[in-house]
Design a protein. Sequence first.
Length: 221
Amino acid sequence: MAPTLVIGNKNYSSWSFRPWIAMKAAGIPFTEELVPFGQPLGNPEWKAKLRRYTPAGRVPALVDGDVQIWESIAIIEYLAEKHPKAALWPAEPRARAHARSIAAEMHAGFSALRNHCPMNMRRTPKKRALTPAVEADVRRIDEIWTDCRARFGPDGPFLLGPFTAADAMYAPVVARFHVYGIEVSATAGSYMQTVMALPAWAEWKAAALTEPWIVAEDEVD
């Protein structure tokens, strides 16, 4: 039986987007259960429903038989171990170490960008004034993407050549940069177009655009 990936709203849930696009792009079968964010966000009933799948009471969560995994990066690691042919991490040790490093940096950092530019797939793309802290996050991400393309560009159009877990971890950043009109280098812009051309991206976005729920905190000018 295929595992179940429990996610939040596709319009807003950047953390859910990561394992979802990883599984879709890698061809790993799964069923999906969407639990809309509570109104207001994080209300007790919403948390209680999610605790059926994860003691953290947050999305995403992967339920595989009697195994429960939560946190995007832990889900991706579990999937990489269970589906080695999906090649979610590069086979070459140095490339794999680099991919894990930048994925972990994404998982742990860039809070200024996250808070100032919440994921909102429905937002009409337009610029938003950035704080110095957000600008610093943008510069670092652009540096990561540009360095990866310089190192691994001959192997394919994604960060490490072929699509990997690192691309899944940065997919919500691509969405943020796009809808907030954030300027990046030509290399980073080309990488963004590659990610947004994925069929999985189009599938997620199409679903996000039809969702009826509104999270006021994530609707910013």
